[in-house]
Write a protein that binds this ligand. Structure first.
Ligand SMILES: [Zn+2]
Length: 84
């Protein structure tokens, strides 16, 4: 069972990003509840298809996200909440 990030698009044009099992090709749109189909244009490296485990793109995404949160938290500590 491999989970990775996929984009799903519904007939209404809403695109949602989900970290989901790669056997799942349809989900309900969170906005309009129509069935959304998985977009095949995942921009991950082709090599990940071979390894199948912990795609580096997914790991990188998670790491980037963590770094970003950390950086934002640090900025808040240094400068305090934005003041008007
Ligand atoms: Zn929708």
């Amino acid at each position: 069972m491999t989970r990775r990030i996929y984009d799903f698009r519904c007939p209404g044009g809403h695109v949602v990003e989900k970290f989901i099992d790669d056997s799942v090709t349809q989900v309900d749109c969170e906005i309009c509840q129509q069935s959304s189909t998985r977009l095949v244009s995942f921009a991950g490296p082709v090599l990940d298809v071979i390894s199948g485990h912990f795609p580096s793109a997914t790991m990188r995404w998670a790491k980037d996200r963590q770094e970003k949160i950390k950086a934002e938290r640090r900025a808040t500590e240094l400068h305090g909440p934005a003041e008007i």
